[in-house]
Design a binder for this molecule. Sequence first.
Ligand code: PLP
Length: 447
Amino acid sequence: MRYSLKEEFMGCYESIWLRDNSPEKNMRTPISSNISPNVTKRDIQFVLSRIFYPWHWLRWMRGTAVFALEKRFKEDYGMPHAIAFDAGRTALYALMDALKLRPDDKVILQSFTCISVPNTIIAAGGKPRYVDIDDSYNIDVDSLETILRHEQHIRAVIVQHTFGIPADIERIQALCRLHGVLLIEDCAHALGAAVNGKLVGTFGDAAMFSFGRDKVISSVSGGLAITHNTDIAQGVRAYVDGLSLPSRLWVKKRLLHPLIFAVAKQFYYFFSLGKLLIEGTRSLHLWPLVLETEEKQGQQLHGFRLPNVIAEWALQQYSDLEIKNTHRKKLADMYQAAFAKQKEIQLPTIRESDEPIFLRFPIQVSPAQAEILLKKMRKEGILLGDWYRHVIDPKDASLTAAQYTNGSCPNAEETARRVVNLPTSIQTSKQQAENISQHIIQILHER
Ligand SMILES: Cc1ncc(COP(=O)(O)O)c(C=O)c1O
């Protein structure tokens, strides 16, 4: 039996590879949050046309799409300034650079984050000041308040809305105003999430978004900064004006990515051909890594301006945002309902005022059970998400380079040991979400 998202999404979102993954049947494709989770037939058509129709080649680098993308964000977020980049981390670095940090200046951020975030602070000349997290996977506001009250040289707070769950942003905004500290929202996971009907990204002095391969929308790479602060905007503009466009090879690798992964996913278990294709193309550098080795060692790599064709793709993905996020919320509701009575599973804490979009649906179990779940679900063809299984992700990120002191954020460290995250993307059908929940409950009850 083949499950299609076609009926549900008016005929244009049929998944290119969704298959029945019921436990009784041999699975032909893996369920995964990591393998091109946002790709639909429309994306495949888009990249094929941009690669194979020569008249599109002329507009790979320059055109009107970057301007159009920036305009959409300005309108939707009611911000006077929006500036696109090749990646979210470049957008965040541009914001940090615009703050003109002095060597003593500290920028607060939560632990339980990606190393690309502290890298931007360090590269801009500041010191990362880590704060522990609460049960919503976001910065613990009581600890933040204590630091703001007692510590000197705090220039800014970066607030990350982890997994698309909003942080307690209204309280944080009030605290930042009280202490005269800039508030930067990291919305890499949270495009479309809101608090009391107001979009996250509109609470701070500035915000950044990511269009990376497994983010809310995806053009494989891409990012954007928005701000209503004129000084920050000037700094970010000056930075982007000094950047060049990447090479045509850089663009080609992004356009090839969904094609390679579409084929690999189809043949993932067929004599492991899919896995071999991913490995082979990776060693040939045919697609970009999420993080380069140097970045895991604390370096901020050189950024670029966003090429036209990637902006065009991001705009196409953005036009489906509501459909993608509605699907995510539906699956999150299913997981919530399925696990409501499972005592060994800790569900995320969501405030009444929050409108999360659940880029991933995180659950916590004991550290031993988390390991078992990841291993046993993999055997079932379900590759559970392992984002933030380390206090500064990924596993081989240098804590020393990130200037994180082991033991300084115990809740974040414990959470990293206990968390696994479940897929919510358009690539995951309701039936698959049901199977995932059943498998998890079954595995947790095995003796
Ligand atoms: C919380 C967070 N912020 C920023 C980034 C950087 O975004 P990008 O991958 O587009 O550079 C990431 C990347 O994974 C992230 O998880």
